[in-house]
Design a protein. Structure first.
Length: 877
RNA sequence: GCCCCGGUGGUGAAAUUGGUAGACACACCGGACUUAAAAUCCGUUGGCCGCAAGGCCGUGCCGGUUCGAUUCCGGCCCGGGGCACCA
């Protein structure tokens, strides 16, 4: 055994051993693991080139879970794969004139090496990459099945066009009116494309996320719920006879609106339509002023973020529609706050009971008619704002036959009357849109369709799948290179056999991540996308990934699963039973600002900090030139702030165990983690101490554990055993609730306890020590698998620590004849007293009252004495 | 604007969900070892008062419930995230 801890040697040896025995290959129904399967999976990485700290954190959490559960008898699966399609590869291709395929495959190779250097328990036999035909063939197969069932359909629609990336984005990919990757202002374009009917599943997706996913974090459930955005109300029409250019009534003579407050319908004093609404277009024909206003609205609507704060503006169209229940003529306005994309692009205006309508009516002097009062309140003294939002107390008033009805009654009555007129019905509206999956991009799954001059758009027959994406293209920034790839384009029409052209659009890469975690379960499955093995592993027991995927990926994957269920491919409703969203990794930032205000960011590794006597940072100097830089605060590690720490460099300097230990120790998995160079040093110092301690005690270790039963009679022995088992108990609890930072604390505490134990040289002491180290190494193993693997061997413990049984708390070790109880007087800590463990309440009370240190706080007889068993005594005076 | 999640020493954090606040670390300071430095080891470290024994205060702020509140309730302040003219 080496005297000094050498991470490089230790990790090389451990990793070679794992490789030699194929340690992490998971087999269905493996008899070695009696507790059954546990599928713990991380969100698959994009192969950007190298690992970042977010990956390290993600996979370490996954790995700790794996090792803990395996030692507890579970058949654990931890797979890995590559989100290998997507735009960065195209951008890199343009920059370096290399095909995306080549760039991607070499990145995968490099990142895989880095993962191996972390000592992760990955079953590589299940590795997948989204850009491999054997994978994306099944995207195409699902596409065709969904097309056949009408779950995918083609339509020409207004789409978000990203002018920098030259592609269409889903609504979800547009953030504040800008492309989620490029940051470019999004334009509207009309493009034919394929949509998936996720809205058909909106109700079920909402129901499960609201009520049936207890293993998901509350905030993710709320985010999804908001995203789906269910509203219940009534959709109804205002009849009219406004005719268009063709002489026919526009919209069949009906102006449809949607409202969640049909109980206020008698208070309508105007209608407002979106700038894009047919009535607006019609009215503008001979009205240049309105034309200009509509143009202004369309311009403004590009930047959604500004819309919320934008002033409510409108203009009358001069057109009138008929109120369906009163017959009154209602003027139609164009309003800049009405969205063409929601409902029917038109709203009824009830200024008395809607904040926006109220502001609008005030501004343009439109009538305000109150038709709601609060329960128990007079009609006259109710101000609209106070109870508009609270449907539970509103009563209809000033509305003829509806007077006196509460919300639910009014909705029913109004809906029934509108239905009788054939003008409306109850309706549920969602914020969620159908998912546009076509992308005008090269590096993705080809959409398996063929355009034939005679037959039109024809699906590729299943037998001809996969439609293989050529891997030799180099995009040049002028659109999709497939459009120039004759060998790809050229094909025969499956229907008529005549020469035809292939569709060149590819699928959104979110399709790839919809089901990859199921493909892991069925590697090599050629006859179907997943096989019987999927039934064994899925649904996934634990999914781990970043909060940034709380809506998009997780919603699409849930949708996809439900479609697969419909096709009989899976038997469950939801793919992910438990979800852990790990926190971001942060680091300090340093910058200099030039005269023009442009900031240059410096990597923390190149900056020297000076601190005051409390250790607070005072100033920062760039190592290179010794001149000061500004301290910019702690932010998410990113390229743009140049505050990333390279995991490879950390592993090189300290070893993987140190990197793992630090990332687990610094904060709980779900919280943000602040990088700290000295914290890493501390983690490394701990592992060096572990090694030195094991080295020093090696001669005393009796790995057989034979002497233990007779041992532990001395006070020091008992105390040590008690401490160790107590800490183990706590650590077990923390492992179960995935609070790994305190598990590391527990390891540190154990080492401290063993080091300071005052043991003699007896065989009994040696036995206690042997037990202690065996517990300690196994507890530390999930976090630091390499050093514990080697020490387990060096100290002569039996077998491979990987499959050692998890240490069990010995209740006998925890037993104490005497316990210390705290004494409070009026809730304030005043002293403590040792009492026999078996002491009854009266005895404890007496002992507490007799305690000298507390007596001076007690005058006369105590009013009351509260005894909390095993904890404390509170004396109330 | 609405909806979430946070706020605890100089710093990261803990407190098994109402029972000893600050575990475990980092940093700082002091000491040992060393010719010296690094490494290592030992010790102090929430604030205030006090020579000390000890006392008082203390988990963003103000109240409340309770024998007892970081934890529960009400109202504010601050930070982070999500949604945002959604009818």
């Amino acid at each position: 055994m080496q005297e000094k801890y050498s991470p490089a040697d230790v990790e090389k040896a451990a990793q070679a051993h794992w490789k030699a025995i194929d340690a992490y290959k998971a087999v269905e129904n493996d008899p070695r693991f009696p507790k059954g399967k546990y599928y713990a999976c991380s969100m698959l990485p994009y192969p950007s080139g190298k690992l970042h700290m977010g990956h390290v954190r993600n996979y370490t959490i996954n790995d700790v879970m794996y090792r803990y559960l395996r030692m507890n008898g579970y058949n654990v699966l931890m797979p890995m794969g590559w989100d290998a399609f997507g735009m960065p590869a195209e951008n890199a291709a343009m920059a370096n004139n290399v095909p995306p395929a080549q760039w991607t495959y070499s990145n995968i190779a490099h990142m895989k090496e880095q993962m191996e250097s972390m000592g992760l328990a990955i079953d590589w036999s299940r590795e997948m990459a989204a850009c491999k035909p054997e994978y994306y063939k099944w995207n195409q197969w699902m596409f065709l099945k969904m097309l056949e069932k009408g779950i995918i359909y083609k339509k020409t629609g207004t789409v978000n066009w990203d002018p920098i990336d030259q592609t269409v984005l889903a609504n979800e990919q547009v953030v504040d009116g800008r492309g989620w990757r490029s940051g470019a202002l999004i334009e509207k374009r009309e493009i034919p494309m394929y949509y998936a009917r996720i809205t058909d599943y909106a109700d079920e997706l909402l129901d499960y996320v609201d009520h049936k996913l207890p293993g998901w974090p509350e905030r993710v459930r709320i985010m999804q719920s908001n995203w789906i955005g269910k509203s219940t109300g009534v959709r109804f029409a205002f009849p009219h006879s406004i005719a268009g250019a063709d002489g026919q009534p526009i919209g069949d003579g009906k102006l449809f609106v949607f409202t969640t407050r049909p109980d206020t319908v008698m208070g309508v004093t105007f209608c407002a339509v979106a700038a894009e609404h047919p009535l607006a277009t019609h009215a503008a024909q001979n009205n240049p002023e309105l034309q200009a206003f509509i143009a202004e609205c369309k311009m403004g609507s590009v930047i959604e973020a500004d819309m919320a704060t934008m002033e409510k503006k409108g203009m009358p169209t001069g057109l009138f529609v008929t109120h369906p229940l009163t017959g009154a003529q209602v003027e139609v306005w164009v309003g800049n706050y009405v969205l063409i994309t929601y409902g029917d692009g038109a709203v009824m205006g009830v200024p008395a009971h809607d904040e926006r309508d109220f502001a609008f009516a005030k501004k343009y002097n439109l009538p305000i008619k109150q038709v709601i009062r609060a329960e128990g309140q007079d009609y006259s003294d109710a101000a609209w704002q106070e109870w508009y939002g609270d449907k539970s107390v509103s009563i209809v008033a000033n509305s003829g036959k509806y007077d006196g009805l509460n919300y639910a009654q009014a909705v029913d009555a109004v809906a029934a009357d509108l239905a009788a007129l054939g003008l409306g019905e109850k309706k549920v509206t969602f914020r969620l849109r159908d998912w546009g999956i076509s992308r005008q991009r090269y590096w993705g799954t080809p959409i398996p369709m063929i355009n034939c001059a005679d037959c039109g758009v024809v699906p590729v027959p299943e037998k001809d799948l996969p439609v293989v994406l050529p891997e030799d293209c180099v995009p040049d920034g002028t659109g999709n290179p497939l459009n120039k790839h004759e060998a790809f384009l050229k094909c025969d029409c499956p229907q008529c056999g005549k020469p035809a052209r292939r569709e060149t659009d590819t699928m959104d890469t979110f399709v790839d991540s919809c089901w990859y975690y199921m493909r892991y379960t069925s590697p090599g499955s050629n006859a179907s996308m997943v096989d019987a093995r999927n039934d064994y592993w899925m649904p996934m027991d634990q999914y781990i990934g970043g909060i940034e995927h709380a809506v998009l990926h997780l919603l699409y994957a849930r949708f996809w699963t439900k479609v697969m269920r419909e096709f009989g491919l899976v038997k469950f409703d939801e793919p992910f039973v438990n979800l852990l969203t790990q926190g971001m990794v942060l680091n300090e930032t340093y910058y200099r600002e030039d005269a023009a205000g442009k900031k240059t960011w410096f990597n923390p590794a190149d900056v020297e900090l000076t601190t005051d006597d409390k250790g607070r940072p005072q100033s920062a100097l760039l190592k290179e030139d010794g001149a000061p830089v500004q301290i910019g605060g702690t932010e998410k590690m990113s390229k743009s702030k140049n505050n990333g720490i390279d995991p490879a460099a950390q592993i090189e300097q300290y070893g993987a165990d140190t990197a793992r230990l630090f990332t687990m120790f610094a904060s709980p998995p779900e919280q943000t983690l602040e990088w700290s160079g000295s914290g890493v040093e501390g983690a490394n110092r701990f592992l060096r101490r572990v090694w030195s301690y094991a080295y020093a005690q090696k001669a005393r270790i009796d790995a057989s554990g034979a002497a233990l039963t007779a041992a532990a009679n001395g006070d020091a022995q008992k105390t040590l055993r008690r401490e160790l088992h107590k800490v183990l108990q706590q650590a077990d609890y923390d492992l179960k609730r995935i609070q790994y930072n305190t598990v590391v604390s527990a390891c540190m505490k154990m080492l401290n306890t063993m080091e300071s134990a005052k043991l003699d040289d007896s065989a009994e002491s040696n036995a206690v020590l042997s037990e202690g180290l065996a517990i300690f190494l196994r507890l530390l193993n999930p976090v630091a698998p390499h050093i514990t693997h080697v020490l387990w061997q060096e100290l002569g413990y039996a077998g491979d620590i990987l499959d050692a049984a998890w240490p069990q708390v010995d209740p006998a070790a925890l037993e104490q004849s005497e316990i210390e109880m705290m004494i409070q007087v009026n809730g304030k800590l005043r002293g403590s007293v040792k009492v026999a463990k078996a002491a009854d309440k009266a005895a404890i009370e007496a002992a507490a009252l007799a305690e000298e240190s507390v007596q001076k706080f007690i005058e006369g007889t105590p009013k009351k004495v509260i005894v909390v068993p095993g904890k404390l005594v509170n004396i109330v005076v």
